[in-house]
Ligand binder design. Sequence first.
Ligand code: ZN
Length: 138
Amino acid sequence: MDSTATEQVLVNFPLRFANGHTIDTLVFWCVKCGKLAQDTQVFGQISRIVPHAADVRASYQCSCGHPNAYRIRLKDNKSFTWLADDVWREQLPPKPSIVTGLRRQYYRTFWSFKMKWVCFLMKRYLKRLHCSIQSHSK
Ligand SMILES: [Zn+2]
């Protein structure tokens, strides 16, 4: 382990980039047994040499005895790369999520509009009912 790797990595989160992309937290797990690491068990450091990326070096000593080491580069375009078995792997930016996000936004607008319309009809119906009750009791 590095002599500098003494800080709890997850105290640096949420991690915010200049373009507004925010990463709430990271989840680490043991690559051997799959056990999730607690926030307080992950040590390491985050370096931000360039503004659009953050390099995470972390380690987690699992209770199964396996020492896990992580190297992750988080980027402000929502992609990230990580080192696994001495190979850099890449998670590309989630393109479909923009469409999904738009669709979700559309449905939310649509539904709120529809609900307003239903409320309006209900109100009108109740008012009418109220009027008819009043005229009836006269
Ligand atoms: Zn383990």
